[in-house]
Design a protein around this ligand. Sequence first.
Ligand code: SAH
Length: 372
Amino acid sequence: MKRILQDLNFAETETLVLGLGEKKFRAKQLFDGLTQGRKISAITSLPAEFRDRLLQDYEDEPVKIREIFHSSDGTEKYLFELSDGNLVEGVLMKYKYGCTQCVSTQVGCRMGCKFCASTLGGLVRNLTAGEILAQILVVNALHADDPELKGRGKEARAVTNVVLMGSGEPLDNYAETVRFLKNVTAAEGLNISARNISLSTCGLVPKMYELANEGIPVNLTVSLHATSDEDRARVMPVAKAYRISEILKACAYYFQKTGRRYYFEYTLIEGENCDEEHARALVALLKGRPCHVNLIRLNEVKERTLKATGDKEAYRFLGLLEKGGLSATLRRQIGSDVGGACGQLRAGYLEKGRAAAEAGKPETEQGSADGK
Ligand code: SAH
C-alpha cells in the first residue's frame, strides 16, 4: 500500500518537499491543494514531474466516495472506499449553523457492543489520521460549489463540525485519532475548532486520561447505556474492564483539565435500561456533574435481538431525567430513511455484494436506499 500524504501536518509536508529537492513554496501549494480536497494529480500549480514523483509513493485518492444516499431531511450518508478496497461510512447532517460530519476511525470494531452493527465482523484495521481527515476533505470538495452549503463556516467550507461517531472506537486507535485531531484543528489546515469536534468513546479509561492531557479540548462523549456495571456488561463487554465509577472519575479529570463539560450517550433499549428505576439511578449517578445526557433511540440491528423503545416511553424517560435535575435531550432521528443503524450501510452493501457474487453476477453499483 502506498503512503498517505494527508497523514502529514504542514511542517512534515515541508520537510518532505524540501527532501525531494523542491522549493519551499511548493509545500504550501501541495498542502493547500490537499486541504481543498484535491487529488495530487489535480494540483496543477505543481510541476507535472513533481506530481508524478509524489504519485510513485503516495495515494492519489486515499478516500473515495463510493456512493451517496440522500435522506428526505437533507442528511447525506456516504459509503467511503479506502485505497485497499475497505469500506467505511460517514454522514453529513445539515443545520442552520453549518454542517456536522460523522467520520469513522476504524474498519469494523473490536469492542463487541451488542446493539451495534459496526462490531459484527470484528476489527478489520485502524484508519490512519489521513484517512480520517480525507473523509472530510472529499465531502468539502463534493460541496465546494453548493451555493447553499458553501459560505457557511470558515473558508466557505461545508463541514464546520465533526463527530467521531462512525464505525470504530476512536480511543482504540489512539495515536492516529490524536494525530487527526491535531491536523484537523491546525490553523494551516481545515482549522476546525476543538469546540466543534466531539469524540465518542465506549469508555477506555486510561486513554480518556491521556486525551485530557493532549491539550486538544474536544467534546468528550461517553457511551454509557446502563446505570450499573452488571447491566452495562450485558450490552457492552468493555464494562468488564472498566467500571462506571472509574469512567466518572476520568470524566471529572477531563473537565478539570479542559474546562469542557462532558456528555453521555444513553441508547434506550426496551426492557433493558429505560424503566423508572433506571431513570432514578441515572439521576443519582450524574446529578450535580457538569454533564449532559443524549438519549438515543435504538436503531434495531437485524442480527441482534434488542428492541427500540416507543416514542412515548422515550419522552417519559427524558421527563424523569429533567425532573431529577439533569440536562438531557432526546436525539432527533436524522436520516433514518437512508441509514438504519450505524454500520448498517456497509453491512448491507457487503451482504449485497456477497449475494450477487453467489448468484454469479457482478457486484451492483446501485445501493439499496434503506441500507439494510
Ligand atoms: N465507539 C464509539 C463510537 C460509536 S458510535 C462509542 O462507543 O462511543 C456513536 C454512538 O452510537 C455510541 O454511543 C453507540 O453506542 C451508539 N450506537 C451504536 N449502535 C447503535 C444502534 N444500533 N442504535 C443506537 N445507537 C447506537
